[in-house]
Design a protein around this ligand. Structure first.
Ligand code: ATP
Length: 611
């Protein structure tokens, strides 16, 4: 089909028309700023484009001299010299074209290189909110296709505008300098040729789109009704005839469209063929009349030059008419990219951010309110204190806001009210890099990069020694497993760690956090999906760690909860109970209920597994 074919590209889709970008001074200025660093190369390109456009026209002009001075004057030497000159000029133009192409690609690649890097760096600074609320596909499309589009614009649209304008001007100037009557005639013929071509192109493009939709519909029907479950539905409801009629109708629409499309093509080629021969004939006729009847100073060569140049006008005029569409498309692309650049960095370093020499890892929440979206508050007046070296377990029903509380500490999100301090400094005043380095999180969903176990561990501490790696793995209770692997630490973990079990992944991520040696360790315990033995291994790993450093645990198992110094019970975004297990369990409130429904069962399961 014709989708994206040379003719199809010349017309905007309805969607593109509706989203036509506003081309403003600042937008152009911004685009220009990306080109500016390459101004020297740009000037070279301009010169190259001008040279090659002019040189390309020259052979047409030489044709006149070949006829007048060589053929008609019967001068063999001159004829050969002119032919050689014409060949040399063509060769020169093409050589310059190669250089121009190279420069073009070079500039376009460099500009998009700059743009990609800038965009990537910018996206890295975007907050968690950006990534949770934007489709990953969209983000990647902007990084790839949109920027590729920009590259195409720079390497082809800009060049094409320039070279077409130059060719057109030079051709017209030459024509007028020879004979204004013939030149004007040539100009008048252009619309005759261009308008029908464009109309035919447009009709064809519309038909193509329509037949594509029709094709999608037919495929839909086939997919739905010829699948196993679709067929059984059709049979059970006795819909065979109905489906047959539906298919037939779509099919006949398709056939009509195809016939019309092919006819539109016929007309198109017919018109193109006719006009491209009518034009020269008209010039010969009028030229002949002028030369024979009015005895104007016209030579055969002059008329031939006119005809040759006439054919050189069509191309540039046609592409300049298409340029508007390309221009709108490219502006839309730039606008989309700049929209991303304009997204504010929500969570950024404060201008007076501090990097303390040391910190004790203590955390204080005072009256913290938080919402992800303005209309729905998630945390209400959360206050608690975690002293250095101590540990606190956060428990509560699913969706109560436990993960949200911990997300606020490394500033994945910022609270709207209240204050959070880390080591007695407001987190919003701490250097972000420092804060995130000093807080270690083992999350429920462990993310591992495709690579070896060692690669994943070194991500936390690139200069870790072999001994440090092994010690961390031993502490995290994963070393037994690693030792059993033939390649040890160099075992591949697979895409996102999929070659490892859930428990192995989590223990590996505990080892990774230990290497980071954080002042505060946050452990978001997996809610489920682990067998009891695997869980017991994680427990064994995590308990001693909790004892020796400041930690916050989102806990679902009694053993983890019991290992903590204090328990906070969260419900609907509020801390509703706090204290130690023995007291809380007697309260008969939220904690007691959680104990009865969750913790006890989990405990029994572990005991059975162990026993
Ligand atoms: P679980 O034990 O199931 O992990 P949780 O107590 O950790 O639950 P949170 O993840 O903190 O609960 O979620 C608290 C509430 O915030 C939920 O109602 C959830 O729908 C909402 N929420 C979580 N993340 C976002 C987000 N990125 N944008 C909007 N709402 C969110």
């Amino acid at each position: 089909m014709m989708r994206g074919g040379p003719m199809g590209r010349g017309y905007l889709t309805e969607e593109e028309k509706a989203n036509r970008p506003k081309v403003t001074g600042p937008l152009l200025k911004r685009i220009f700023a990306y080109l500016l660093p390459y101004w020297k190369q740009m000037i070279l390109i301009l010169a190259a484009i001008a040279c090659s456009a002019l040189l390309n026209l020259y052979p047409s002009i030489l044709t006149g001299r070949i006829i007048d001075e060589g053929l008609i004057a019967r001068n063999m030497g001159r004829l050969i010299r002119l032919i050689l000159l014409s060949l040399a000029v063509t060769l020169g133009a093409n050589l310059i074209g190669v250089g121009q192409n190279y420069l073009n690609t070079w500039i376009a690649q460099h500009i998009t290189f700059d743009m990609r890097n800038k965009m990537y760096a910018h996206l890295q600074r975007m907050s968690q909110r950006f990534f949770t609320s934007n489709n990953q596909g969209d983000i990647i499309t902007r990084m790839t296709s949109d920027i590729d589009g920009v590259q195409r614009v720079i390497s082809s649209t800009f060049t094409s505008i320039l070279s077409n304008v130059i060719t057109l001007t030079a051709a017209l100037a030459t024509m007028y300098s020879r004979n204004w009557v013939l030149a004007t005639l040539g100009v008048l013929i252009i619309p005759l040729f261009i308008i029908p071509t464009r109309r035919a192109g447009k009709t064809r493009w519309d038909l193509t789109r329509e037949s594509q939709e029709c094709n999608d519909e037919i495929n839909g029907i086939l997919n739905e009704t010829l699948s196993v479950s679709g067929q059984s539905l059709v049979k059970l409801f006795g819909k065979e005839e109905y489906e047959y009629q539906r298919y037939k109708a779509a099919n006949s629409r398709m056939i009509k469209l195809n016939i019309r499309e092919s006819l539109a093509g016929r007309w198109f080629f017919m018109i193109m063929g006719t006009f491209s021969s009518i034009g020269p004939m008209l010039l010969y006729l009028v030229g002949g009349i002028l030369m024979m009847q009015y005895n104007q100073a016209l030579t055969v060569g002059d008329i031939t030059v006119m005809v040759a140049l006439l054919s050189r006008l069509y191309g540039p005029v046609n592409s300049l008419l298409n340029i508007q569409v390309e221009w709108i498309r490219s502006m839309a692309m730039f606008t989309r990219i700049f929209d991303y650049f304009d997204l504010p960095v929500e969570i950024d370093n404060a201008p007076d951010a501090v990097t303390p020499a040391r910190t004790d890892g203590s955390v204080v929440f005072s009256h913290v309110d938080f919402s992800y979206e303005p209309e729905r508050q998630i945390l209400f007046d959360v206050s608690f204190e975690l002293k250095a070296g101590k540990s606190v377990a956060i428990v509560g029903p699913s969706g109560s806001g436990k993960s949200t509380i911990i997300n606020l500490i490394p500033r994945l999100y910022d609270s709207q009210a209240g204050q959070i301090t880390f080591g007695n400094v407001d987190v919003k005043k701490l250097d972000l890099g420092f804060l995130r380095k000093i807080v270690g999180i083992v999350s429920q969903e462990t993310y591992l990069f495709n690579g070896t176990i060692r690669d994943n561990l070194l991500y936390a501490k690139p200069d870790a020694t072999e001994e440090e790696l092994i010690a961390a793995c031993k502490k995290a209770n994963i070393y037994d497993f690693i030792e059993k692997q033939e390649t040890g630490l160099d075992t591949m973990v697979g895409n996102r760690g999929l070659k490892l079990s859930g428990g192995e992944k989590q223990r590996l991520s505990i080892a990774r956090v230990l290497l980071k040696n954080p002042a505060l360790l946050i452990f978001d315990e997996a809610t489920s999906a682990l067998d009891s033995i695997s869980e017991a291994k994680i427990q064994d790993a995590i308990e001693p760690i909790i004892q020796e450093r400041t930690s916050i645990l989102i806990a679902h198992r009694l053993s983890t909860i019991l290992a903590a110094d204090e328990i906070l019970v969260v419900k609907d975004g509020r801390i509703v109970e706090r204290g130690v297990h023995a007291d809380l369990v007697k309260l008969g409130g939220v904690y007691t209920e959680l104990y009865e429904t969750q913790f006890k069962k989990a405990l029994e399961a572990v005991e059975t597994a162990a026993g």
